[in-house]
Design a protein around this ligand. Structure first.
Ligand SMILES: Cc1cc2nc3c(=O)[nH]c(=O)nc-3n(C[C@H](O)[C@H](O)[C@H](O)COP(=O)(O)OP(=O)(O)OC[C@H]3O[C@@H](n4cnc5c(N)ncnc54)[C@H](O)[C@@H]3O)c2cc1C
Length: 383
């Protein structure tokens, strides 16, 4: 059986694992990523909204701080990736408009606006007419909205492709294989077994397997809480040139209690998302899901029925028990978590990569990562 030694082994080459691997390799560490299909996780489906402010929910202030820190790093992160790979990431500073379609929605948005103001966040109230002046394709019934100039977008597919290329260039060893077992020796995470039987040994192991993180065979019970898969269905439309610019910024609303958003990309793609369904590891695209997305999006932007529908897709958001990520050492020595990013994994990639690389290079937990320690779930040191 072959043996390979490495400083850091990352289990899972989704957007988070790749980001961590790239930054860790830049710190001079020898890094290996194990994934049967690196770059093909949930970010292939994600809309790629970078929306710490419009996604904000009450009680999530630590997550806001993390999201804002990542958003601030995004322009430089995307520029560096493009520079080293020659690939475009689709990062666009568009801003976001969150609109209300009826008086209840307007009340809710008003409350969100007050919350933003209390926290000192950049967020401006607009009348319905002002919203339509910014986005003429909006339904005439729009009652008002919030303009958030700092919530932008990136193309998750382009970004992960750039991360794969950047990892390769930085000398990260990409093992296209599944990890079938975590090897625990002398009370620490010592290595993994791969689907072909090969064993890889590492000084430190980063668990970044998204919604499958807690299912890893060999992972001692109690080290990681269950990471639940939260299904999201998404549609992709194409904006023909004669309709451009159809929308100029991310547009979102709550329709019948469901969040709906439209993300217009520079290349003419219009992403409409997303359903939120908790039913295990199923990624079937359903008639009902597509219908609801189109119905709600049509209420917001009636003209979209003219656009070609080019793709329907579904992916799994990795949700932790408190919907915030797990970042840093677990109770099992030398096993480090980078998972549970739920609906913000694309946004949180730059900051997660930096914080984890800092920990891996220095052994110190950065202050920004402290609230996201896996120990908050009371994980036990395995006997
Ligand atoms: C519909 C939808 C819309 C979204 N919209 C947004 C958005 O607008 N903005 C935003 O910031 N985020 C969004 N997200 C969330 C974001 O996509 C996720 O949080 C992020 O992609 C999670 O990345 P990850 O690398 O942690 O996990 P994943 O993408 O799930 O990747 C995990 C990787 O681990 C690998 N793996 C699993 N088990 C093993 C094993 N045993 N051995 C080896 N490899 C393994 C898998 O092959 C996979 O490549 C959305 C998600 C969905 C589904």
């Amino acid at each position: 059986m072959a043996r390979t030694d490495t400083d850091v082994l990352v289990i899972g080459g989704g957007i988070i694992g790749l980001g961590v691997a790239w930054r860790a390799a830049q710190r001079g560490l020898a890094v290996t990523v194990a994934d049967p299909d690196p770059g093909h996780g949930a970010a292939q489906v994600a809309a790629g909204m970078l929306a710490p402010v419009t996604e904000l929910q009450y009680g999530e202030e630590p997550l806001l701080r993390l999201g804002m820190a990542s958003n601030e790093r995004y322009a430089a992160f995307a520029a560096e990736l493009s520079e080293v790979t020659g690939l475009d990431t689709g990062y666009r500073q568009t801003g976001t408009l969150a609109v209300a379609l009826d008086s209840d929605d307007r009340e809710e948005l008003r409350e969100l606006h007050s919350f933003h103001q209390r926290l000192g966040l950049e967020s401006h109230w607009l009348t319905g007419r002002e919203c339509r002046r910014l986005e003429p394709m909006l339904a005439p019934g729009v009652r008002g909205g919030l303009q958030v100039t700092g919530d932008h977008q990136v193309d998750g597919r382009r970004l992960t492709a750039a991360l794969v290329a950047a990892c390769e260039r930085a000398g990260v060893d990409l093992h296209r294989a599944e990890v079938t077992e975590l090897l625990v020796e002398a009370g620490r995470a010592a290595g993994v077994r791969l689907s072909g039987g090969e064993i890889l040994r590492a000084e430190r192991i980063v668990l970044a397997a998204g919604s499958r993180s807690h299912l890893l065979p060999g992972l001692p019970e109690g080290v990681l809480p269950a990471i639940r898969p939260v299904k999201g269905q998404v549609l992709r439309l194409r904006i023909p040139e004669q309709y451009a610019p159809f929308l100029s910024r991310n547009v979102r609303a709550v329709v019948r209690g469901q969040h709906i958003y439209l993300v217009p990309r520079a290349d003419g793609e219009l992403v409409i998302g997303a359903t939120t369904e908790e039913q295990g590891y199923d990624t079937t695209v359903t008639a009902g899901g597509v219908y609801e997305l189109l119905r709600d999006a049509h209420e917001l932007v009636p003209g979209l029925t003219e656009l070609p529908l080019v793709e329907t897709n579904a992916g799994l958001r990795p949700g932790s028990p408190d919907n915030a990520p797990l970042l840093g050492p677990t109770a099992l020595p030398d096993l480090i978590a980078a998972t549970g990013h739920y609906r913000n994994g694309v946004l949180l990639t730059p900051v997660t990569a930096d914080l984890l690389a800092e920990y891996l290079a220095t052994g110190a937990t950065p202050e920004l990562a402290a609230p996201f320690s896996p120990s908050r779930f009371g994980s036990k040191v395995p006997a």
